[in-house]
Design a protein around this ligand. Structure first.
Ligand code: NAD
Ligand code: UFG
Length: 351
């Protein structure tokens, strides 16, 4: 499939974890990129690192705009100045626990921000969108692997925003068939850019497994709590489908190419995972091997709301996007450790 060159892509939330890695790949493929991010969960230094990585020539094709999707004027300004060929929409809040405590924050940010984006895109005639959905829309799957046509379910306010936004996308596309929308359901994104210059840098105590392990490895946290050791799995700990963030980034390029080159694509969902399940204890062992560090852990009760085992069926993305994950957990842990050991305090220096 021919790559449409010199197209301009708006990346919302492009200063964040998945956004930065995707922007590097977009620039490497010859796209022009504008980022809009309010830096709520990221820092501008991450965008500076992207510029360093791609070099001075490709950097000229990258623009950063500090702005908030909830302010329609921020979007109006952007769209009135630049003609975008498509939007990759990452911006949103993503912490499950926080969403249970402060649901309004999630509805306000994720729903209002996205509705504003659709309205401004419609007004300026840009009707191509790749949306960050999540495996969270499968809830507690009754069967695995998860297939795209399973019934969907939300378990918490964060998950509900993803589910609503998927439904909203389907309704908008049905009402206005010239929209082309791809919903990407990510499984568990981990790892980092192989250079060690980009990676995940959560604010506060990490909620997710790999950033937590990473902070234990560099001595920022004393011990990992392993939530659940009595699941009906190979070693009693829960099983997930971890996917290298660079594979995920390439999945976005594949989706974008499909979007830009296919008429009548409609609104379609794809899983982005590896299709392999790995337990929490297997992940700990793989990280210890990659880092040469001992990860002290404590076996704890299950975390409320967690599923036993979740992994993706990858057939649809392979067949229709021509995309397949390349990396296994060894490479994910290697690159995550490379990032962690070079940046033990993330993008900041030690506080
Ligand atoms: P992230 O927090 O690192 O990146 C999101 C970015 O969006 C941040 O830079 C943040 O500052 C920005 N942002 C948030 N609200 C904004 C607003 N109103 N206006 C402008 N910018 C705003 O998160 P990530 O891990 O890169 O996730 C990206 C997307 O993928 C999110 O939508 C998330 O829900 C989804 N997702 C992530 C995971 C995961 O485990 N990382 C899994 C499934 C889905
Ligand atoms: N876990 C621990 N200790 C920790 C953190 C996590 O044992 O300190 C366990 C969890 O209990 C779970 C597994 O590690 O069994 C993975 O947990 P994560 O929090 O890393 O990931 P989840 O599968 O719970 O959820 C993540 C994102 C969701 C997203 C989902 C699917 O947080 O937003 O992946 O994409 F929806």
């Amino acid at each position: 499939m021919a790559v449409p060159q010199e197209q301009t892509i708006l990346v919302t939330g492009g200063a964040g974890f998945i956004g930065t890695h995707t922007v590097v790949q977009l620039l490497n493929k010859g796209f022009r990129v504008s980022i809009i991010d309010n830096l709520d969960n990221s820092v501008e230094e991450a965008v500076n690192r992207v510029r360093c990585l791609v070099g001075p020539d490709l950097s000229k094709k990258l623009q950063f705009h500090l702005g908030d999707l909830r302010n329609k004027e921020d979007l109006e300004k952007l769209f009135s100045e630049t003609k975008f060929d498509a939007v990759i929409h990452f911006a949103g809040l993503k912490a499950v626990g926080e969403s249970v405590q402060y649901p309004m924050r999630y509805f306000d940010n994720n729903l209002i921000g996205t509705l504003n984006l659709y309205q401004v895109m419609t007004k300026y005639g840009c009707k191509k969108m790749v949306f960050s959905s999540s495996a969270t829309v499968y809830g507690q799957p009754e069967k695995i692997p998860c297939v795209e046509d399973f019934n969907l379910m939300a378990m918490n306010p964060y998950g509900r925003t993803k589910l609503f936004l998927e439904e909203i996308a389907r309704d908008i596309q049905k009402a206005e068939p010239d929209w082309r929308i791809i919903l990407l359901r990510y499984f568990n994104p981990v790892g980092a850019h192989e250079s060690g210059k980009l990676g995940e840098d959560p604010k506060g105590i990490p909620n997710n497994l790999m950033p937590y392990i990473q902070q234990v490895a560099v001595g920022r946290l004393p011990v990992l709590n392993v939530y659940g050791h009595d699941y009906p799995t190979k070693d009693g700990s829960a099983v997930r489908d971890y996917i290298h963030v660079m594979d995920l980034a390439d999945g976005h390029i594949a989706a974008l190419q499909k979007l830009l080159t296919t008429d009548n694509i409609g609104c379609v969902a794809y899983n982005l995972g590896t299709g392999c399940g790995t337990s929490v204890l297997e992940m700990v062992a793989a990280f210890e091997k990659a880092s040469g560090k001992k990860i002290p852990f404590k076996l704890c009760p299950r975390r409320p709301g967690d599923a036993t085992a979740v992994y993706a069926s990858t057939e649809k993305a392979e067949k229709e996007l021509g995309w397949k994950a390349k990396y296994g957990i060894e490479e994910m842990c290697r690159d995550q450790w490379n990032w962690a050991s070079n940046n033990p305090w993330g993008y900041q220096s030690k506080p």
